[in-house]
Design a protein around this ligand. Structure first.
Ligand SMILES: [Zn+2]
Length: 411
């Protein structure tokens, strides 16, 4: 029958494997492809690859890519070997990885889809359970991590990200140069980051030029324990400083708005967005509309101006000039009589060394920020991850730069 040859070709089957029969059940909407082993050649143990005496056969089946709209199942009579060392085991088949109930091509298709859609959506589309799709994703990540050959890190970023309605955290380490997540660990403690450093040799730790992060005590502690000359390598990036100052501006605005409303003024009402938008992202019209507010005598305008000035202090090349400019900024910010701004200014004063490092090391956090926003969209897509391990798996899957596909693909 022609379809036997056709399926042998589609599956890339070679001797000793051959298609014995193809059955189509239109009522079930299924195609079953029966595969046989000709039994002429001795088989190898699936663990050690030693040619071993045959033992018996087992019937196994795998879900394969659909044939047109028909769900397609491969069924094979697989020889079992009796290895002196590993015992009785089914021999390896060329179309699937050991232990998988799906062919390599099918898993590859699921992996491609998972890059675009959630576990739930892919499961619905493929008529497979959530657990089945989740299992394929987990195996893909495991395989990718085992195959991974990481280069010694030079510039890394550390960040925390929350899940489960913000009650729990994981620590994410990004390789700035490769642009991939290299490590994800539980919590946001010093030990969380120590876990990453424990994967590195002393030589690799010594080769780290720059660790970009927020002003987390725990992370600072861990880098100081692990990286030589840490006080020259730790960089508090612009993104996190901007975020803290932005929150301070927002607090000033909220308080001032309440006070103004009491006096019958709606001046600040509905202006939240104006104060929080980066001027570089405003249109000319927005900028012009914002002019009366930002140049007013409002406290919020003052807080905003202090923040904006801080944002211009990141382009220095020399340590001395950067230090001078930031000290000037600090003397303004610390005396501004706006408590939320002063609070952030005090924090900046205490951490100024790391800000100056960021400037001198040119620790532009753009890439890590990109990764953070991708992590955010992962969370949004999955409506929050309830389970830490799944969340970690998803981060590695999407952002780890891993080779996820099963081996033995005849593509
Ligand atoms: Zn063996």
């Amino acid at each position: 029958m022609r379809d036997k040859q056709l399926y042998a070709k589609i599956l890339g089957l070679k001797k000793p494997w051959y298609v014995e029969d193809v059955e189509l059940s239109t009522s079930e909407g299924e195609v079953e492809v029966f595969i046989q082993h000709d039994g002429k050649k001795a088989c190898k143990c699936s663990v050690c690859d030693t040619i071993c005496p045959g033992y018996d056969h087992v019937i196994q089946s795998w879900r394969h890519l659909n044939t047109c709209q028909f769900k397609t199942i491969l069924v094979a009579r697989v020889p079992r070997t009796n290895c002196p060392e590993h015992g009785v085991l089914a021999t390896r088949v060329p179309w699937a990885e050991s232990g998988s109930r799906y062919t390599a091509l099918f898993e590859a298709l699921i992996i491609d889809w998972l890059k675009e859609a959630s576990v739930k959506a892919v499961g619905q589309q493929m008529r497979l359970s959530w657990n089945a799709i989740d299992g394929i994703q987990q195996r893909a990540v495991k395989r990718g991590l085992e195959r991974r050959k990481t280069k010694p890190p030079k510039r890394i970023a550390v960040d925390e990200t929350s899940f489960q309605k913000r009650h729990e955290y994981v620590t994410v380490v990004t390789d700035h140069i490769e642009g991939v997540v290299t490590h994800v660990s539980d919590d946001r403690k010093a030990d969380s980051l120590n876990e990453y450093f424990d994967t590195l040799s002393d030589e690799e730790k010594g080769g780290i030029e720059c660790v970009t992060m927020d002003m987390s005590k725990a992370y600072i502690k861990s880098v100081k324990q692990n990286v030589p000359e840490a006080d020259q390598r730790i960089a508090f990036d612009k993104f996190h400083v901007a975020q803290s100052l932005g929150q301070a501006v927002n607090k000033v605005r909220i308080d001032e708005n309440v006070a103004l409303i009491k006096q019958g003024s709606n001046l600040l009402k509905g202006t939240r967005y104006n104060w929080l938008t980066n001027p570089e992202n405003m249109t000319v019209e927005q900028w012009d509309d914002f002019e009366p507010l930002r140049s007013s005598k409002l406290k919020t305008a003052r807080a905003w101006a202090i923040r904006e000035l801080a944002m211009t202090l990141w382009d220095y090349k020399s340590r001395a000039w950067a230090m001078k400019a930031w000290k000037r900024w600090l003397s303004w910010a610390l005396r501004c009589r706006l408590e939320p701004v002063k609070k952030v200014a005090r924090m900046i004063k205490e951490h100024l060394w790391g800000i100056i490092n960021a400037i001198v090391l040119n620790a532009n956090n753009g890439r890590a920020e990109g990764i953070n926003s991708k992590i955010q969209s992962l969370k949004n897509r999955a409506c929050g991850y309830r389970c830490r391990e799944r969340y970690k798996t998803a981060i590695y899957f999407h952002l780890g730069g891993l080779d996820l596909y099963p081996s033995g693909l005849n593509r």
